[in-house]
Write a protein that binds this ligand. Structure first.
Ligand SMILES: [Zn+2]
Length: 120
């Protein structure tokens, strides 16, 4: 039952988390997994899969910055914080779902192209 006072609601939830640490962890893990799958699905074109090769094990999938513009001047957000930020900002364009392998290959090619040894 919802409380009229939001502070009472927060205290009640805090007490429940303290009294049920195991269930709280399970609930948190489930919420985090749902968030990750939501973000991977959005940037995977409606599937939880790499857009390059079709690999579909969520454990090996990540979000890639299409134009390699990760970070910039801002401090880089990682993992769940990054997923939360994407969801909060309404899934902005410029990202795609890649598997770790395709992401690594893309990064290696980017480095090869920007290497000072490769310039003419
Ligand atoms: Zn892939």
């Amino acid at each position: 039952m919802p409380y009229k006072n939001p502070e009472d609601q927060r205290n009640c939830e805090r007490r429940w988390r303290q009294n049920n640490p195991k269930q709280n962890r399970t609930k948190t893990n489930r919420c985090n997994l749902v968030l990750k799958l939501m973000v991977l699905t959005y940037y995977g074109g409606g599937k939880v899969a790499c857009i390059q090769c079709g690999f579909s094990d969520a454990r090996g999938l990540c979000i890639d910055h299409i134009n390699n513009n990760a970070g910039g001047n801002k401090r880089k957000k990682l993992g769940l914080n990054f997923y939360r930020q994407l969801k909060r900002s309404g899934f902005p364009p410029g990202y795609q779902t890649l598997c770790a392998n395709c992401n690594q290959i893309k990064e290696a090619e980017r480095r090869r192209q920007t290497s000072p040894h490769n310039r003419k």
